[in-house]
Ligand binder design. Sequence first.
Ligand SMILES: Cc1cc2nc3c(=O)[nH]c(=O)nc-3n(C[C@H](O)[C@H](O)[C@H](O)COP(=O)(O)O)c2cc1C
Length: 328
Amino acid sequence: MKKLKIGNIELNTNVVLAPMAGVTDVTYRTICKEMGAGLMYTEMISAKGLYYRDSKTADLMKINEKNRPVSIQIFGSDPDIMAYVVEKYINNRNDIDIIDVNMGCPAPKIVKNGDGCALMKTPELAGKIINKIKRVANKPVSAKIRSGWSADFINASEFSKNLEFNGLDMIAVHGRTREQFYTGKADYKIINEVKKGVNIPVAGNGDIYSPEDAVKMIEETNCDAVMIGRGILGNPWLIMNIVKILNNDTDFFEPSPLNKINMIKKHAAMLVDELDEKIAILEMRKFAAWYMKGMKNSSEIRNSINKIVREEELNQILDEYIEINDLK
Ligand SMILES: Cc1cc2nc3c(=O)[nH]c(=O)nc-3n(C[C@H](O)[C@H](O)[C@H](O)COP(=O)(O)O)c2cc1C
């Protein structure tokens, strides 16, 4: 695969980490970067939150210089507010490489305000948002969309052409409608239709859980990059294995139970460096459960981890697990 350029930003690999609220924080992005992610996104950030200088919103904008290129994902539906926050709070951030606009979030509390995937029902407004942001932005601008709103409202192809017309530099397409949320199967045909209709890079997104799935996505859609979401939950090694297969190397790394336990320890230590210890260990609960999914006695361990709030206790539980199961 040829190296992808988004505006002036060149990617080292065409394997992209999808934005995931509550997951792709600064710590997890460090892990995914080590695995070879070529582009990563922040969690979605409210443009209004930025506008009103909400402190939690500012936390979401933390970037580790080593984890670039990184795209900041904003959501909203007021073109003026969005352009304002770009000009005032994003342009001056030299550690942010790309500005992404969320046009795919299906959550009721988001779409009821006309944000996220609701923008696919108001294509003119979506175009205006990109247009206004492009006028002020000093970085490339991308968007992340779905196939459409519902089975009888599939408009990703026209929608993306309109965004390109308004200056968009890259688009990521999740092949599901808003109505599907995360159910059913991603429709790769619609991603291929988007790709055929635009000249900007297209990242194909949806249901990539193995290196072979990534190849299927590329073959069926002709997309320029693959974007991985849920497949990396508990399995950041998937990124490395996809990078391998795209370089015709099928000598995949299969993490052993010990690799996974060691990753939990490493991940927790990194989170503790970043956050208050208690918050970090509470946050680790879901990550540990994902890493341990399918492992022997994983539910018992999960129950123990769900009772603790200190890193030392976490490491103790994990060390006992290693010993009892004689992991090497
Ligand atoms: C927990 C979770 C949080 C997500 N948060 C975001 C988000 O903040 N912004 C966004 O554009 N998409 C978000 N998504 C959607 C993913 O980026 C991706 O489009 C979707 O999961 C489909 O890809 P997958 O099949 O590889 O998971 C989220 C998905 C999940 C599962």
